[in-house]
Design a protein around this ligand. Structure first.
Ligand SMILES: Cc1cc2nc3c(=O)[nH]c(=O)nc-3n(C[C@H](O)[C@H](O)[C@H](O)COP(=O)(O)OP(=O)(O)OC[C@H]3O[C@@H](n4cnc5c(N)ncnc54)[C@H](O)[C@@H]3O)c2cc1C
Length: 401
């Protein structure tokens, strides 16, 4: 094809453009990013963890693309000298119901093809890996690690441009219309005609889809996650990555400890219903975003199903005491003076269906000449190169038909 446009310069849009360039999908590839810089939202406001497919339902896209994606991402980092560390993580069960759920995770991970899983029984075995963690059992996941996703994106931009393609910043896609089989994307500067567009707009993907005449059954509902930093006095408490056993009905992994690739240890993120899609502060509010959230019928079904995930989390997000209580479940020694609020935050683009269910898997919708990626939350950064491959398979299938 002559021209492919990718809307959104986060890690998924960039990975897709890079894969498209390498596979010569189009003579010209243009990434349109609305901000002055690429990658300024989810892709740089996350835990920086490489997830290998432990949590996801066998057979799901997340399961397949996380397992393929982590291996591709590590190979990419090795090839380009990008800082990463395959330090492994433990998932810690602190009571009997969690032990049962951890066994389910072990079975899922094995079914998904995760390598080297090891069951640790009791605190003594756990403390050989994490000397300050306490629990009934833990699962060690040696394939996982940490990475500098901002450095990954900088390299992707460099490679896309070096291959003769474009990454345009300050270029929001305002509208997409179809004219005689071509896709016409309007930006404030111009109208660009393309054979095919891929919408990877993250927190705004549903809006971009609507601007292209699509009516998705889901809407992006933003969930902010706050991170806390461990003070130097508490840094000895965590060696690698320590995760709780997550609630299997939610796509969020629970507040965890993460060693960061640039140094230091963070704890977080919680999952708080946010009033602004790109609102990184607790008090951020956007009338437009809140209107879209609160006029969506699916939200009220969701609130009925998960009242604790919404109102309690919102209230608790202002309380250091509650946050500390969650952390103490994993490391009882941790104290108030070990944590400070300056760990930053991120906002997840989580799609909710009209019936109130959270979309657990990656999700996309297509119409001729267009693919809209409508749900790409965690482990979207880890899986980005594999998602790129998958999107290209879909483009090829659509254009061959
Ligand atoms: C708190 C948090 C923790 C996470 N932790 C992890 C983790 O440890 N590991 C992991 O693998 N994943 C993690 N994730 C998930 C991961 O960050 C996302 O899956 C991934 O970054 C999604 O990338 P994206 O490119 O789809 O979205 P984004 O990074 O949000 O990029 C979308 C881009 O589209 C642009 N855009 C929007 N609208 C338009 C428009 N109209 N025109 C042009 N451009 C537009 C935006 O400005 C943005 O740059 C986490 C996410 C969050 C929020």
């Amino acid at each position: 094809m002559e021209r492919l446009i990718i809307i959104g310069g986060g890690i998924v849009g960039l990975a897709t453009a890079l894969k498209a360039a390498r596979q010569q999908v189009a003579r010209e590839i243009i990434v349109l990013e609305k901000d002055a810089q690429t990658g300024g939202h989810q892709s740089s406001h996350n835990s920086g963890v490489l997830h290998c497919g432990l949590y996801y339902k066998p057979g799901s896209l997340k399961a397949r693309l996380a397992v393929e994606g982590i291996r591709e991402m590590i190979a990419f980092c090795r090839e380009h000298g990008i800082p990463h560390d395959i330090c492994g993580k433990i998932v810690l069960a602190v009571d009997e119901p969690e032990v049962a759920r951890l066994r389910d995770l072990e079975a899922r991970g094995t079914a998904n093809g995760v390598n080297g899983l090891k069951w640790l029984e009791g605190t003594a075995a756990i403390q050989e890996i994490e000397p300050h963690a306490v629990g009934r059992a833990a699962l060690r996941v040696p394939e996982e690690g940490i990475v500098d996703y901002s450095a990954v994106m900088r390299k992707m931009v460099e490679l896309i441009r070096a291959a003769g393609h474009q990454v345009r910043t300050s270029a929001p896609a305002l509208r997409v219309r179809t004219d005689g089989g071509r896709q016409i994307v309007s930006t404030p500067q111009e109208e660009i005609s393309a054979d095919f567009i891929v919408n990877c707009a993250g927190l705004h993907c549903d809006r971009v889809a609507r601007s292209a005449g699509f009516t998705p059954d889901s809407r992006i509902i933003p969930f902010r996650g706050d991170y806390w930093k461990l003070a130097p006095s508490g840094a000895h408490l965590v060696r690698h990555l320590i995760y709780p056993v997550p609630d299997p009905t939610l796509p969020f992994l629970g507040v965890h400890f993460t060693r960061m690739i640039g140094g230091g240890i963070e704890a977080g993120p919680n999952a708080v219903l946010a009033f602004k899609r790109e609102g990184y502060k607790r008090t951020d509010f956007s009338l437009k975003d809140s209107w879209e959230t609160f006029t969506f019928p699916g939200l009220y079904q969701f609130l009925k199903k998960y009242p604790g995930t919404t109102w309690d989390e919102l209230r608790n997000s202002f309380s250091k005491k509650v946050f500390l209580k969650n952390l103490k479940r994993l490391i009882p020694e941790i104290r108030m003076e070990h944590i400070s609020r300056d760990g930053g935050s991120g906002v997840r683009a989580q799609a909710i269906h009209r019936d109130g269910s959270l979309l657990m898997d990656f999700a996309l919708e297509q119409k001729p000449g267009q693919i809209h990626l409508l749900n790409a939350p965690s482990p979207g950064a880890t899986a980005s190169l594999a998602i790129g491959n998958y999107l290209i398979e879909q483009i090829r299938a659509a254009t061959a038909a």
